[in-house]
Ligand binder design. Sequence first.
Ligand code: ADP
Ligand code: MG
Length: 478
Amino acid sequence: MTRWEAVIGLEIHVQLATQSKIFSAASTAFGAEPNTQACAVDLGLPGVLPVLNHEAVRMAVMFGLATDAAIAQRSIFARKNYFYPDLPKGYQISQYELPIVEGGQLEIALQDKGHKVIGITRAHLEEDAGKSLHEEFDDLTGVDLNRAGTPLIEIVSEPDMRSAKEAIAYMKKIHSIVRYLGISDGNMQEGSFRCDANVSVRQAGQETLGTRTETKNLNSFRFVERAIDFEIDRQIAVLEDGGEIVQETRLYDASKGITRPMRSKEHANDYRYFPDPDLLPVVIEPEMIEAIRQQLPELPSEKASRFCKQYGLDTHDAENLSISREVGEYFERTVQDTDAEAKQVANWIVGELTGALNQDNIDITESPVSSSMLACLLDRIEDGTISGKIAKDVFRLMWMGEGDADQIIESQGLTQITDGSEIEKLVDQVLQDNPAQVEQFRSGKDKVFGFFVGQVMKLSKGKANPKQVNSLLRQKLQ
Ligand code: ADP
Ligand code: MG
């Protein structure tokens, strides 16, 4: 049997969070009435000239610096010519031969521990096209040009990824970086962050790359993962059947979970790229690059290593807490407000809170349990009012809007039983009810001990202090 290896390279389109478009003063705000935000420049009417948005350049440079890339001191815009109804000029202004950012890299965490460096070939500035709307019109297609001219950076990776999981880790890292930098809202539903996945397979150990397909316009992490896995399986099946992979552009059908051919692969010379005569080269002085470097915020990997050092967290937790600025801030606010250990705070955020956020599909900024509510809950574990187990129930109730930890503990009567004589009663009861197990324990079967602990906890409805239960049981049984 042949062993196959997948090879994946991603092209990620990121909408930049500028107020106005890349070559015009029209607004980039999402959600306006169709065709109310496309000006003469975006429409390519005769006699207009594009003027480059300084802010878009600054944002592209920020991205380059954040990924250890080289910033081109001179880059040029080119016209990429093709015909499509949502492209009124008949060409897209992009960068071709001299992109603004080249040769970056970033590190992703692998599932089975360890890290891997993924190369970034280039990132170039370009304008977005408009949108074709098929759904609301019977047998017709609507064209909305509000998006035409919105600034993008297209980030092209090296073919360095070997599984869908690695590709997702890379994509999430890019997503995290652009949001940290504040250069994009990264909103995938609104199309601010989308991805084309290039996939090929080859026999393990083979040097040369196999023929690839490119699946276009994937706008969720889940779709990217499914589309890649589907492509890998499909390509292996074709090759094992003695067939050949056709280099082509494919589309992902989310309802069926499959990819379908869209068109045969276009080549660079199909686009008749040439330098845009309306735009000057972009010249960036070293001083400007330095000034931008000075203003870079703390980035995800820097935050993660600070969390390890400052709070004694392990890498896994530190990375999870550095996913976004907001998660990092939530963590640090909670640590500030509680007497519990930072490690404990990390466990609750990475475990309980993240689980609940994912389940309800909401962002941490919308969490019904605020950082101060979590801090108070952890204090109640810390001061022995409730056990860690009961705390999870309290957390669920806080999540459901039943009040803060103290209110819930009070109204539900959840206070931990720490009164020794009360626990003793429970212990006696359990020993009395289970004479056979007591016999077993005394004849050397240590394992039954856990059974007794469980019974006492159950009898106390989870409220007995587990430490005291343990030591009392030991005393009584010996
Ligand atoms: P194009 O300009 O035609 O889209 P590029 O050479 O710029 O082609 O590559 C686009 C993306 O495809 C890059 O992310 C690159 O890493 C990836 N890629 C190129 N060849 C392969 C391959 N054989 N298998 C998987 N990915 C590939
Ligand atoms: Mg491409």
